[in-house]
Write a new protein. Structure first.
Length: 400
């Protein structure tokens, strides 16, 4: 199996190497205040020799850091199933990643790449979770991590960065300012950038969730068949694709990674088709939903939402995510802060899963979009970050 970078825009191919981030020709079209142009994708050719549940990745397994990333639980929330009327509803719980968020999937692959190539330092900008994630994963891997973080990031995420021993550079400004400062730092020093979307491995690392879903949904069906005595069901395929996946969306990297995973699964013949993916956005940060409705991105609107991890003015991976949504008939649903906070409370009080506001946006999205989902379909709601990461946000939902 040969790995390379491929530009989904013009098809240009590049070698996977530390200094390569964007497609040269397409990045030249970059305009200020617009999503990144020329975002590259990891591509492969040849046959995959892994065992049935293996995930093809562009980094050899032995270089991945020694901590348990991914393989997160798939919940079967009986009370929510009964109340919503969806017996095949599942919650994918990435709140229990090592640093408490889905971002670990990306940091894990980037750290593995650094180890494989003998790189000792990684720099990044973040609104909070990417920073705490890269700091924790980097600590386990023995890498130096330099983080550019806006001063207004939730305190728990800042404390994580410091506890993990990363170098924290606080930025007096927005995430956009932090993004530019971190790129300038990487350019000057030659340090590997883990900026989301900009480094293609961040997208590739996030695809692992789709592989886990089709494996674990098959296991769930097997258990159900044994329990109910429908043994004919047991002879069915080894993998089960969900019909719908609800994903919280800010920069659009997670959703692009989820798509990449399902595309790979179709190519490997493990599933027949890519599920319907719902981009769940906060009303105060809905650039990708607006672009899907209008056909393209317009002028940026300053973001304003309680869900800090999906609060972006310009979604860095917006162009790439929009292309995937269009190609696969994906949908978008926009939810208010009140709906997000109500969803957070409902998940905690009825399933026992305490998720941060940004990730509760996915549950709010499902609740709002139910008319577009048949009750017999298999639905997965992705919960991407722990509620303990933003206690101030959760307090708002309690009126405290
Ligand atoms: C980063 C993040 C998201 C959004 O991911 P994008 O790739 O920016 O769309 C959602 N939930 C949590 C908890 C996050 O940290």
């Amino acid at each position: 199996m040969r790995w390379f970078y491929k530009c989904p825009g013009c098809g240009a191919e590049y070698e996977i190497e530390p200094g390569r981030y964007l497609c040269d020709a397409c990045a030249a079209r970059q305009r200020p205040d617009r999503p990144l142009e020329g975002v590259l994708e990891c591509a492969w050719e040849g046959s995959f020799a892994g065992s049935p549940d293996d995930i093809p990745l562009p980094v050899a397994k032995e270089h991945l850091p020694p901590l348990p990333v991914g393989d997160t639980p798939l919940w079967e929330p009986h009370r929510l199933r009964a109340e919503t009327g969806y017996p095949r509803l599942f919650l994918k719980d990435d709140t229990c990643e090592p640093t408490g968020s889905f971002k670990d999937r990306a940091s894990y692959l980037v750290a593995g790449f650094a180890k494989e190539r003998g790189i000792t330092e990684i720099a990044l900008a973040s609104t909070g979770n990417a920073a705490s994630s890269m700091s924790g994963i980097g600590a386990a891997a023995g890498l130096k991590i330099t983080v550019f973080l806006p001063k207004k990031a939730p305190v728990a995420k800042r404390v994580q960065v410091l506890q993990y021993g990363a170098e924290l550079r606080e930025v007096d400004g927005t995430y956009d300012v932090a993004f530019d400062q971190s790129l300038a730092y990487s350019r000057e020093t030659g340090v590997l950038s883990r900026n989301t979307a900009y480094n293609p491995l961040t997208i590739e690392g996030k695809k692992t969730v789709s592989f886990e879903l089709v494996r674990d949904l098959a296991r769930a069906r097997e258990h159900e068949a044994k329990r109910s005595g429908h043994l004919a069901e047991l002879a069915k395929k080894d993998y089960v694709a969900p019909d719908h996946v609800f994903v919280p969306v800010g920069d659009g990297v997670i959703i692009a990674g989820v798509y990449k995973g399902f595309e790979d699964l179709v190519r490997l013949g493990r599933i027949q088709k890519v599920p319907t993916i719902w981009a769940c956005q906060a009303e105060g940060s809905s650039a990708i939903a607006r672009a899907l409705a209008a056909g393209d991105f317009g002028e940026p609107v300053p973001s304003d939402t309680v869900a800090d991890s999906i609060s972006v003015d310009v979604p860095r991976n917006g162009a790439h995510a929009l292309a995937k949504l269009k190609a696969h008939g994906g949908k978008a649903v926009v939810v208010t802060d009140a709906e997000i906070l109500a969803a957070q409370k409902e998940l905690a009080a009825k399933a026992g899963l305490f998720a941060e506001p940004s990730s509760s946006a996915a549950w709010a999205g499902f609740v709002k979009a139910k008319a577009g989902v048949r009750p017999d379909e298999t639905v997965v709601v992705m919960l991407t970050g722990s509620g303990l990461k933003d206690v101030a946000g959760a307090m708002k939902g309690l009126g405290l």
